[in-house]
Design a protein around this ligand. Structure first.
Ligand SMILES: N[C@@H](CCC(=O)N[C@@H](CS)C(=O)NCC(=O)O)C(=O)O
Length: 73
């Protein structure tokens, strides 16, 4: 799913912006595009909208609207 999405493959580094989102979500892609344009390295943390992961209690604790994207720098 991620290989042809145009979004960066998830990596792990505490120093990178963490972008919680779904690869085909336009809202997620907009933030990813801005990061790329501004050369801000980011790590995509998948939140699967098709599985309702955005409404999971642990995610809603971070993002109370239960929507993506959610970013942490
Ligand atoms: N105003 C928000 C809207 C975010 C939004 O609508 N996200 C959609 C995906 S593009 C979403 O999380 N939908 C799932 C849901 O609402 O349960 C933004 O632009 O970041």
């Amino acid at each position: 799913m991620y290989a042809d999405s145009g979004l960066d493959i998830p990596q792990s580094s505490d120093k990178m912006v963490k972008l919680y989102g779904f690869p085909t979500s336009t809202c997620t892609r907009l933030v990813a595009l801005v990061c790329k344009e501004k050369e801000v390295p980011y790590e995509l943390i998948p939140v699967d909208l098709t599985k309702g992961e955005q409404k999971a209690p642990d995610f809603v604790a971070k993002q109370p609207f239960g929507q993506v994207p959610y970013i942490v720098s």
